[in-house]
Write a protein of this length. Structure first.
Length: 281
């Protein structure tokens, strides 16, 4: 893809390290929301420069509705670090397990946070899908709140009867040379939708990212796919669901790409296209 060739680096995936994020303002209640039309305004220390992603067309020019519903789950939230009591409480995580409600996520070495990255990329994806007549629901309403918990995020997709649920994350591995994306799915499956439909969604996302010039992970999963039994949002889903770890924020080249508007737009474009391909299959 143009970005990879232009800057001479490859882009990558996930969110394994909890790093303090920015302090919250008063958090909104967890819930759903439809497509956002304004990208977040990042802070000087944790976010990249303001975005100029295209806005959805005026209402008089809205595309025909497809009847498809996609739930996008931007990982973490900007207010999580200020409410440890809330995000550390134990909630159901599937397979008879519990885990903390949520985490703060990771960041680049320069302080650009995972929660800011996932929020920005998810809004860009939502705009691209809305332009194709697909209804989009986000699991959080802004990048300053707390949560929602992983079980609440799963419930949003379930209650919406989503045709696809895609969680957006970035990783924080300190392993030497760790880079590349991977796509996680619940395995072994706990219901029919976690079987073939989720595997097909994960594969579509993997194929789309790889076709877009993104290399697969060198340190987690196999060939860009990672079966997981420990991710509550996937375990509790009754809809086709997958989690994209877009790259490693502790890798200098990937961190630079994620912190750039061009890089985030590239991630969003290929993920949106992959979701469209899955829905059309």
């Amino acid at each position: 893809m143009g970005l990879v060739l232009a800057i001479g680096l490859t882009l990558f995936t996930a969110c394994g390290v909890d790093t303090p994020a920015s302090s919250p303002s008063s958090p909104p209640p967890p819930g759903t929301t439809t497509v956002f039309t304004t990208l977040p305004q990042p802070s000087p220390t944790t976010s990249a420069p303001p975005s100029s992603a295209p806005q959805p067309p005026p209402s008089s020019q809205q595309p025909p509705k497809t009847g498809k519903v996609v739930v996008l789950d931007p990982g973490h939230n900007g207010g999580n670090s200020g409410k440890p009591g809330e995000i550390n409480k134990q909630v159901p995580a599937g397979r008879g397990k519990t885990k903390p409600c949520n985490t703060t996520g990771t960041s680049t070495d320069s302080g650009y946070t995972e929660h800011a990255f996932t929020w920005d990329v998810s809004q860009r994806i939502s705009q691209a899908l809305a332009a194709k007549g697909i209804r989009v629901i986000l699991t959080r309403q802004n990048d300053t709140g707390v949560g929602p918990c992983v079980n609440e995020r799963a419930a949003i997709g379930n209650d919406a009867g989503a045709d696809a649920v895609v969680s957006i994350h970035a990783d924080g591995s300190n392993s030497a040379g760790a880079h590349g994306f991977h796509v996680a799915y619940s395995a072994p499956p706990l219901n029919a939708q976690q079987g073939e439909p989720s595997m097909r969604l994960a594969t579509a996302l993997r194929d789309g990212l790889r076709a877009g010039g993104f290399p697969t992970s060198t340190y987690l999963g196999s060939n860009g796919l990672a079966p997981r039994a420990d991710l509550g949002g996937l375990n509790l889903s009754t809809r086709p669901a997958a989690l994209v770890e877009c790259g490693n924020m502790r890798n200098a080249a990937e961190a630079a790409a994620m912190a750039s508007e061009e890089g985030r737009q590239q991630y969003a474009a290929v993920i949106a296209k992959a979701i469209e391909d899955y829905l059309a299959a």
